[in-house]
Design a protein around this ligand. Sequence first.
Ligand code: NAP
Ligand code: HSE
Length: 435
Amino acid sequence: MSQLPVINIGICGLGTVGQGVWKHLARSRAALESRLGVRLNLHRASVRDLRKARTVRVTAAKLTTDPLAVATDPTVHIVCELIGGTTLARQVTLAALRAGKVVVSANKALLCAHGPEIFAAAQKHGGHFFFEASVAGGIPIIKALREGLVANRFGRIYGILNGTCNYILTRMEREGLDYPVILADAKRLGYAEADESLDVEGWDTAHKAGILAFLAHGAWVPTEKMLVEGITRITQTDLQFAREHGYAIKLLAVIARDFANGELSVRVHPTLLPLTKVLANVNDVFNGISVNGDVVGETTYIGRGAGQDATASAVISDIADAALLLRRGQGCAPVSAPAAVRIPFAPPERIRSRYYLRLDVRDEPGVLAQIATATARAGVSIADMVQRPGLRPTAATLLLTTHASDERAIHATLARLKQLRSVLGTPLLLRIADF
Ligand code: NAP
Ligand code: HSE
């Protein structure tokens, strides 16, 4: 073994993911080394707080508080950026790429915000950027899209891409708890982002959807061009209504390409998904992605979408690819993403859907008629309406679904409803998936 070339690995960030990578690399090193034909040396790591207790043993000599020192250390071959955020992480990533190193990253926010700059830096300086852990935790979806499905054009990709939100929605439904209580558990289990609003407001899913759109179509869709809604307004009433009518509520990303006019759309929103769909039954921290390719048809991927071990699995797969690349040379570089192209983005108003509305209203005569009139005037047809007890004796909760309509008409409906004295607060609007 001692004659094998040595690959030095530097890990920037020894938090949930970094410690998982350290732990599993240490455990599986011998097996990996014999398969890859290299020695994998956990050479250095950086943290913010040297005194913090860790679940892995790292000698003091290997630790620093300066991630840039790891990124630019000439003896480090592979730099794992596992810090998170888009400021220091960007500096670390660019510094390592400019030094011609291989960077392995789990950072979807960084990639979504600075993807073109990162790939340009890698190309210019002979570095490489691997990012399997950035989308869907342990599911090898990047490899699947880029390599396994390279023959295909992708009309639609949709999926559950955030483990924290799926964990929250699943436990809310099963246990009747409110979301803040469960969010605390998701944080303790290492599922949530340091800034958990990225998870529950839908931005983390949007970042991941942006990466999948880039891999499938070669275009970076700015998040401002996406419809992004989170799960913070979902209540027991909505989950119960959905279940009784044959749906589960899931936070979905939908990446759709209309090959007739070329338009691409990326959107993220909680969705009533029919229970007959596989993804409606993907629960807890699991993610699920359905990819529709014009050659292969539909393929579906399910696995743990967050957490230390699942994410470490994806990071280590990139480290293995990086080690082979360093040992065997450019011939082992992964298939590149499609060439960057300018693609027209479909505005969110183009969405057609059936809709679910939850309204809190005054419980008094004539209210149902007012609501029916408001929806009819906006050109939206009600398919189903039920009344539930309201938050106080003089109020009621109305749950209604519509026939297929579009975003313009449904937002016109909402505007009319909000003007009614009988409608209390802001109605909740969810989309019903028909795919
Ligand atoms: P984390 O637990 O918060 O770990 C972050 C690490 O970076 C910690 O070791 C921290 O040091 C270090 N760090 C933070 N700020 C620093 C600074 N200013 N200077 C030096 N070091 C600093 O985060 P994580 O959950 O492991 O996530 C890391 C990345 O992986 C993020 O991009 C995240 O989006 C992504 N990711 C996470 C998961 C998951 O399930 N957690 C899954 C997929 C992808 P201390 O330990 O000393 O505080
Ligand atoms: N916070 C993210 C999630 C981590 O819950 O999915 C995995 O990317």
